[in-house]
Design a protein around this ligand. Structure first.
Ligand code: FAD
Length: 421
């Protein structure tokens, strides 16, 4: 066998290291299974690691993630591979062979914390963790408490001569630009597919002018603007660099419940915008917040979260789907027909936040094996291949509480499979 290939036997392979995948891995391993967890990005945590706060409690996701990372660190039954993706799946329930490619990190796990040294790096790349709101150094760690703690070199700069020259100044020699990809063959009884969601591409929403003005952003960008480990250290500012934020419009169903885009409701966007309205008012109590909606969907116990904000006179609710966003010299004009008052409203604001929905990652990257999926790319719970099952938001657009429940159910399924194998 060539040096760059390893073989592993396990009870469960979890694909995707967001909150769904982490929870499935932790719960099933603590119940006695051997687990391999793979994640395509350099760090675990998925989308929630980019949020400022969770609704409804408005607590930072970092706390819950850290508890899970601690459970993973102390658990020898879970083998974790980042920068990893499945190439092929063969076999059947109880006996799959999965080929996985692990990209090089170019940094040894024993390397020191490069926070200070990386500041002198001459090469920068777009910061995809912050949805392109800023650039970052080409040697980076997404944030201080990221898991794993090891820095990573962005693969796009490995052949850059300036970068290679600078790497010679590495204080502990922990960077190796000659690292090669690794292939892993995993034999496993079952596979939990937890590759989550991606924001619907706002560039497709021409009438909402995304990409034509820096102060028209999406809801996921708003999370990064508010986050302490984000591009502005948590200060919500206008990306155009102009004055402080005096008014904001949240445009609900930006591409959702629309046959031309995402026909379904993501079920979390109303709550996310109401949460983000609180972020704005916390920093700018005098700001005017406008929310344009078709109807507000905050089911069950989350209705209280909506009611509290609806009573706030600084949050102006407009029942109407936004027809267009126009750019004027002194502001952004949001136009909608209010279906309660039957009037055409035009509201001028400093910042527009498009509440785009959650599209399953499996829409673009389905598992490389025959599995039941619906027309929107969600994995159907009753999969054709019984030993492979979807978990979390590649099954439905869940909030975190529902994702955790689904992941716990997936762990039980993995236990049953391992017992049958
Ligand atoms: C704007 C917004 C705000 C929200 N705020 C809240 C909130 O406050 N409270 C709340 O309860 N819910 C909130 N949600 C919902 C929340 O984001 C989801 O419930 C949660 O992210 C689901 O986690 P997940 O693990 O299923 O998916 P993800 O977080 O997407 O994780 C999936 C992981 O799989 C990885 N991956 C993808 N493809 C592959 C592949 N091919 N191979 C290997 N790995 C792969 C990804 O890199 C990622 O790490 C919000 C949603 C939106 C849109």
């Amino acid at each position: 066998m060539p040096e760059s290939e390893v073989s592993l036997n396990t009870d469960l392979l979890v694909v995707g290291g967001g909150i769904a995948g982490i929870t499935t891995a932790v719960e099933s391993s603590e119940a006695g299974l051997d687990v391999v967890l793979i994640e395509k990005e350099p760090y675990l945590g998925g989308r929630v690691s980019r949020f400022h706060h969770y609704f409804p409690k408005l607590c930072p996701p970092a706390c819950g993630l850290e508890i899970n990372y601690k459970r993973l660190r102390g658990n020898p039954s879970v083998k974790i591979y980042t920068l990893s993706e499945v190439q092929s799946i063969e076999g059947k329930e109880g006996d799959y062979t999965v080929t996985i490619t692990v990209k090089p990190r170019y940094v040894h796990p024993w390397a020191m914390d490069y926070t200070e040294w990386a500041k002198s790096c001459p090469v920068e790349i777009e910061d995809d963790f912050n949805y392109g709101l800023n650039n970052k150094k080409a040697v980076y760690r997404n944030y201080e408490n990221a898991f794993p703690q090891t820095f990573v070199v962005d693969e796009s700069v490995v052949d850059n001569p300036d970068f290679r020259e600078w790497v010679k100044s590495c204080p502990d020699g922990g960077i190796d630009l000659e690292m090669k990809p690794l292939t892993i063959k995993v034999k496993t009884a079952s596979i939990a597919w937890a590759t989550g969601w991606q924001p619907y591409d706002a560039n497709k929403l021409d009438i909402l002018s995304y990409g034509k003005h820096p102060d028209i952003i999406t809801n996921v960008m708003m999370e990064r603007l508010a986050a302490e480990n984000g591009p502005t250290a948590g200060k919500i500012t206008l990306p155009s660099g102009k004055d402080k934020v005096g008014s904001v419009a949240f445009v609900q169903c930006a591409g959702s419940r629309d046959e031309n885009h995402l026909p379904f409701c993501s079920g979390v966007c109303c709550l996310a915008s109401l949460k983000q309205a609180s972020y704005v008012l916390e920093q700018y109590p005098e700001a005017d917040v406008h929310m344009f909606y078709i109807d507000v969907r905050t089911p069950g116990r989350l209705e209280d979260f909506y009611q509290e904000r609806e009573e706030n006179p600084k949050i102006n609710m407009h029942r109407g789907k936004v027809a267009r966003v126009d750019i004027e010299e002194d502001g952004l004009i949001v136009t909608a027909e209010n279906t309660l008052t039957a009037t055409l409203e035009k509201v001028k604001v400093d910042l527009v936040v498009l509440a785009t929905g959650m599209q399953p990652s499996t829409m673009d990257t389905p598992p490389p094996i025959d599995i039941s999926m619906d027309e929107n790319g969600f994995i159907e719970q009753k999969a054709d291949a019984e030993g492979i099952y979807g978990v979390g938001t590649c099954v439905r657009p869940y909030d975190v509480a529902a994702t955790l429940q689904d992941a716990t159910g997936a762990a039980v399924k993995a236990l049953q499979m391992a017992r049958r194998a």
